[in-house]
Design a protein around this ligand. Structure first.
Ligand code: LLP
Length: 431
């Protein structure tokens, strides 16, 4: 085995120039399962989970990870994380169902739906899922349904951060969370209506690579929670600081040092818990990206190469397969998996087959001129918000997903077929 080809992801390396994930050659996976194909490393996900848990528990034993299912909702992956000990952050009813079926107990599933309907609220209450409300009006509607014994609120602490504009989830422009002036009203009303046990939550931004950010935002949240707990005479059973932990997408970006993050967050947390006499509540982090992103790759085959004003490499994957570049202008590093030793000597635009100009993965990227039709290009960091954001746009079928572990590959989601595309529809109507 050689050294990793990407950061500390030792599961991703090459033999004789051919890219391998957990000992399996990517071109072999492409031949066996077809492309486009999402491939995930079992051991990398496991390592990411334990690295994070160990970093925090070294300083604060009451620490839990709740996996944000929206990042990658494949049941095999949710189950893998559940078996390691993760709870779940569910954003909708189907994610609650996936969490339950993966074996996560009800009290370790936190439902953080946004702009919930009455149906959503009723479902969560009926299924004993813990509710994390993100607006005062939802509490008033919940009162008409049923007031649970436990309730948490998602707070907008007034600050948010991300390297991508669309991934800032708090602050004055955010559609998420309860604004500071309403927080006291929410907890006071909930207490009056009989809620006995409380949590507090925030989710301020995604893909944060600044290690100093987390302690600042924890301080901000605790400065809201602390005085409130004292005034209302309530105890918070948990402080949930959301996900947000970033991963490097660009070669020049550095991996987040989670030991440093954990140390500084816990230092700030302990000081604030002491200041406000809040005991030792459970600290919850609910990452999606950090756990699965660098464990996954998207494998695409070159379908066509066009020499126009520029050289365009057209793939069988597009914005319908991996939406992040089109939606967020996000960067994904691309490797020529058939021969990593080939010099990157040709300037190309890498595009998909969709009828949109934004269906472009990379502009003026340097890739080997050896890249030929039928070869594979591999997108790194595709384990999070890859398949889960895919669509059938331009009548494309969604790709397959494969989990690899120690040289073995398992198909964990079949490639869609034409029947899946027209399922539930009919050609003849109004005869
Ligand atoms: N908790 C809540 C309530 C969330 O809304 C999210 C993500 C997470 C946790 C997990 O956040 P993470 O650890 O992954 O930062 N589609 C975007 C990312 C959107 C994130 C939405 N919420 C992307 O492609 O980067």
């Amino acid at each position: 085995m050689t050294t990793p080809v990407w950061k500390s992801v030792s599961e991703l390396n090459h033999r004789n120039g051919i890219l391998h994930l957990e000992g399996i050659a990517i071109p072999d996976l492409a031949r066996t399962f077809g492309t486009p194909l999402y491939v995930y490393s079992y051991n990398r996900i496991k390592k990411n989970y334990h690295r994070l848990v160990n970093a925090y528990r070294a300083h604060y034993p009451h620490f839990e990870v709740y996996y944000a299912i929206k990042a990658n909702n494949n049941p095999a992956i949710v189950k893998l994380l559940a078996e390691e000990g993760a709870g779940a952050d569910a954003s909708c009813i189907p994610e609650i169902l996936i969490a339950k079926q993966a074996g996560i107990p009800d009290h370790r599933i936190l439902y953080s739906g946004v702009y919930n309907s009455d149906h959503d609220l009723r479902y969560a209450v009926d299924h004993r899922t813990r509710l994390n409300l993100e607006d005062l009006s939802q509490l008033y509607r919940l009162e008409k349904i049923s007031i649970p014994e436990f309730l948490s609120f998602r707070i907008n602490p007034g600050m948010g951060e991300s390297g991508i504009k669309g991934l800032v989830f708090a602050g004055p422009d955010a559609k998420f969370g309860i604004i500071e002036p309403d927080v006291e009203k929410a907890y006071t009303q909930a207490k009056e209506w009989g809620v006995k046990r409380f949590g507090i939550h925030m989710m301020t931004g995604s893909n944060v690579l600044n290690p100093h950010y987390f302690e600042q935002v924890v301080i901000k949240l605790l400065d809201i929670a602390g005085p409130l707990a004292k005034k209302l005479g309530i105890q918070f059973e948990f402080i949930d600081i959301g996900g947000s932990l970033g991963v490097p997408y660009r070669p020049e970006e550095e991996e987040l040092d989670v030991n440093q993050v954990a140390q500084s967050v816990v230092r700030a947390l302990r000081a604030k818990l002491k200041e406000y006499h809040m005991g030792e509540p459970t600290l919850i982090h609910e990452p999606g990206r950090y756990l699965v992103c660098d464990a996954g790759v998207l494998v695409a085959s070159v379908a066509s190469i066009k020499q126009a004003h520029k050289t365009f490499i057209g793939l069988d994957a597009g914005m319908q397969t991996l939406l992040r570049p089109a939606l967020h202008g996000a960067y994904h590093h691309i490797l020529y998996s058939n021969n990593l030793n080939a010099p990157c000597d040709r300037k190309v635009n890498v595009v998909g087959q969709i009828c949109e100009s934004t269906d472009t993965f990379a502009k003026d990227a340097m890739l080997p001129s050896a890249t030929a039709i039928g070869d594979q290009l591999v997108f790194l960091n595709a384990g999070a918000y890859g398949y889960s954001m895919s669509s059938q746009y331009n009548s494309k079928m969604r790709p397959a997903e494969v989990l690899v572990k120690d040289g073995q590959a398992c198909l964990i989601r079949k490639r869609e077929q034409f029947d899946d595309l027209i399922k539930g529809t009919q050609f003849a109507v109004f005869s």
